[in-house]
Design a protein around this ligand. Structure first.
Ligand SMILES: [Fe+2]
Length: 250
């Protein structure tokens, strides 16, 4: 029996949580420990910026553009886009700009992030996000962006209340770039904005996706398969980034 045949008897929430448990690349601890060179770090940051950070508000807008008259979903997506593209809810700035502010704190320039040529695995993941965000069924586009892309391996624990996201100064004080790499706290408004608003977005995301698929087996299947494909592409992308950084397993 295939993995998916086994999973298909589970409900969508469990299928998506099982995928999110695996959104945990083996090299992640290396990225949050001291010891990386500036050049290694730049490879990682440039890829993240170009693959989804810069255009995340637009990806959300593509999904919103195909949502039918389902008011709670349109409203939640619109609020998410407003925060991502303006920083209006967190009283900060557009999140892609906050990312570049963090990069300037790390000593990089804006020019370091212009016209990054993506390697094939990064391009494949980015193109999947672009295509699926504007493809039917809209429920899968919403699941892809708000559960898979915005969510993390902490999803299960966060829903259970056993993982509590750091907010305010605590989100900045504990950030690895501050702790290990000397990034000034003034450049870390992105961590504060995420700490302050993302908890609400996580709740919205699960309510939107589980409510709008409403136990329709075909919609549930499509959402789960879309996120499973995203996980495969994401893992291949992350493998390639750490290979380019010269990080080897073990
Ligand atoms: Fe964000």
């Amino acid at each position: 029996m295939s993995e998916f045949a086994t999973l298909s008897v589970m409900d969508l929430k469990e299928r998506l949580l099982a995928l999110m448990d695996r959104k945990n690349h083996w090299a992640f601890p290396v990225l949050t420990r001291p010891g990386l060179t500036r050049a290694q770090h730049l490879v990682h940051f440039r890829a993240e910026y170009m693959v989804y950070v810069r255009d995340f508000p637009v990806l959300l807008a593509r999904a919103l553009g195909q949502v039918p008259d389902v008011l709670p979903v349109r409203k939640a997506l619109a609020e998410n886009i407003y925060e991502e593209q303006t920083g209006g809810l967190s009283k900060t700035a557009p999140h892609p700009e906050l990312f570049l502010e963090m990069m300037q704190g790390m000593g990089y320039t804006r020019a370091d992030f212009a016209d990054t040529q993506l390697r094939p695995p990064a391009r494949a993941y980015r193109e999947f996000l672009l295509e699926k965000s504007a493809s039917a069924p809209w429920t899968s586009a919403v699941a892809l962006l708000t559960i898979f892309v915005e969510g993390s391996a902490n999803e299960r624990a966060e829903l259970a209340g056993t993982f509590v996201r750091k907010t305010g100064d605590a989100a900045i004080d504990a950030h690895p770039l501050v702790v290990h790499y000397g990034c000034p706290k003034s450049a870390m408004r992105l961590a504060r904005a995420h700490g302050d608003v993302e908890g609400g977005h996580r709740k919205d995301a699960w309510e939107m996706v589980l409510g709008s698929t409403a136990h329709d087996p075909a919609l549930e299947e499509d959402a789960a398969l879309t996120c499973a494909r995203a996980l495969d592409l994401w893992l291949a992308y992350r493998d390639d980034v750490v290979a380019e950084m010269g990080i080897t397993r073990g």
